[in-house]
Design a protein around this ligand. Structure first.
Ligand SMILES: [Zn+2]
Length: 327
């Protein structure tokens, strides 16, 4: 009870005082980071990790809050191009990572209504596919109750390195996914490639046609989030680095017929080489580092963001407290 009271007071303080302090001094840019947006009763919502999703009604409330506060909403690239003197005290940019179909279904129509621009960072090889990220795939394999571990599982089981039986509990599956992170994405995807996708796996990523519609009619800028969502960590082979950063940009530009100038680091990871390559080929890049951008800390290729998900932002005050960067 007392704990909750203290928490509420902290939220109120951050959401009011904290934000008013932020609006003083140097001009600020808050880059919001969203992943998935959909109704709570959507089956996909139930399967997703809580940290990855906001409900459609929470998202609409966020947008209404931005409108009520009269903060300008602008794309990152447009803010960067503005001279410091013409910038507003506080500007908001809206970004979505990965290219989920639900963004097109539930978030973009809301943005269109508010006339807010945004940036969607897509993974080029995954357009129009079922959820292809390896943690999602491993999770669905380990949780499904009608799966048979055939010989095709051998390479994956070798990486897992222990005897398992499926289906297993969500917690046990989460532990296995955590353990698998010690291997390179390439090794994990190669192991998974032996196991055929279930025939009734629904498409969960935005298609090329939807992407073009979002660009043409919903104010969505297309940014690059690599070819296969490989973490661009130290030790990644230079051929793969080239494919993930440069080839992905070329593919996307060819497909969409326009320049692709902004990049998003998968998982927020980058080696020095990855950073240098991104800097040489893109005019801006976003990270998962939490914070607010201003002239004092501004690095256009390491932009800070504020991640929002449902549990921490489902009232206007909680949302504003989150924007303050203090909580
Ligand atoms: Zn991502």
């Amino acid at each position: 009870m007392v704990k909750r009271l203290i928490k509420n007071i902290l939220t109120m303080t951050a959401g009011t005082l904290g934000l008013s302090v932020i609006k003083r001094g140097e001009k600020k840019l808050i880059v919001l980071m969203y992943h998935r947006v959909m109704p709570v009763d959507d089956a996909r919502y139930q399967r997703e990790e809580p940290g990855m999703v906001v409900s459609d009604s929470t998202f609409a409330m966020h947008m209404q809050t931005l409108r009520d506060e009269k903060w300008p909403v602008m794309r990152v690239s447009d803010w960067l191009e503005q001279p410091e003197t013409s910038r507003s005290p506080l500007t908001i940019a809206i970004t979505f990572d990965d290219g989920w179909l639900d963004n097109y279904q539930y978030a973009f129509p809301v943005l269109k209504k508010f006339n807010f621009p945004s940036t969607l960072y897509v993974v080029t090889d995954f357009l129009g596919k079922p959820a292809p990220f390896w943690p999602n795939r491993v999770l669905s394999l380990l949780l499904a109750d009608n799966v048979r571990m055939t010989d095709a599982w051998k390479p994956l089981l070798e990486l897992i390195g222990q005897n398992i039986s499926v289906p297993m509990s969500r917690d046990d599956a989460a532990k296995i996914i955590d353990d698998l992170k010690q291997y390179s994405d390439d090794a994990i995807y190669t192991a998974l490639s032996h196991i055929p996708l279930s025939k009734n796996a629904a498409v969960e990523m935005i298609s090329f046609e939807q992407l073009m519609d979002a660009k043409a009619t919903m104010g969505v800028e297309i940014g690059c989030h690599t070819r296969r969502h490989y973490r661009l960590k130290e030790g990644l082979d230079s051929r793969l680095l080239h494919e993930e950063i440069i080839q992905a940009k070329t593919i996307l530009e060819k497909q969409t017929g326009g320049p692709v100038t902004t990049f998003c680091f998968p998982n927020g990871d980058f080696s020095d080489d990855a950073y240098d390559m991104v800097k040489a080929h893109y005019s801006a890049a976003v990270t998962t580092r939490r914070g607010i951008n201003s002239a004092r800390n501004l690095n256009p290729h390491k932009l800070l963001r504020i991640g929002v998900h449902n549990d921490i932002s489902n009232t206007p005050m909680k949302f504003k407290a989150k924007l303050s960067g203090l909580l």
